[in-house]
Design a protein around this ligand. Sequence first.
Ligand SMILES: [Zn+2]
Length: 266
Amino acid sequence: MAALSDECCSSSLEHEELNAVIEELSNIPVDPPSKRELCNNCSRPVSVCWCAYLPVTPLNIKSKLIILQHPSEEKRCLRTAKILELSLASGRCKVIKGKKFSLNKNVELRDLVGTSQKTLLLFPSTDSVELTNVDLSVPHNVVIIDGTWSQARAMYNSSPDIHSFTKVEINVGKPSNYVIRTQPTEECLSTVETAAITLSYLESNPNIYEILTKPLEALCSFQLKHGAVHHFSKEYLILNGLYKKPITRRIKKKLRKHQDIKNYIR
Ligand SMILES: [Zn+2]
């Protein structure tokens, strides 16, 4: 009887122990603690935060920058529009999220049109003017569409109100510094590079380019150190026979004739 009672006791102890273990296990979060601490300012993990590369005093510029951002762009962890928001003085940079924009719905856009500043839309097209031909005697509003090429085109097409802005293109002739994300062509620039080149020119201050792209360079070098792969543009990969996905018949034809393929890469 005593033995039975002991057995009883020991099994109830085991049961308690088991319960304790189960309780302990149930307190462990389902997701292992992989969530890294994020910087409050740039929202990047603290280990790759680029805030130290931001200007000490945000840049006060005459131009006003409006970034029309595709909703999926915001989710990309390497988004660069944030660099602009944090580098420019308060009220000089505004990000508007959406896929369609109209003067009726977007107060910020309507306000731009109401000012005496001329509004430029960074968007290469058949009727765009080269940046260096823009008249510098008046201050400008600058509108940039932030998204992939196909998103930017769709956003432009579904926003007729922005078609009247003076379309501007940048001819840089050098590959983007933003090496982490594959750009469609060698001349495709990230949002921050586009803004940096445009504002340096409009404000006649080459330092602006250096200041605005410093956090971008830091971001790229962090990412490369953390195992990201140097991305060449799609154009570079195709021209060097390194592109792994199928290419269109049109591009093949252009390649055979040794013609420029830039405009056919999406
Ligand atoms: Zn930060």
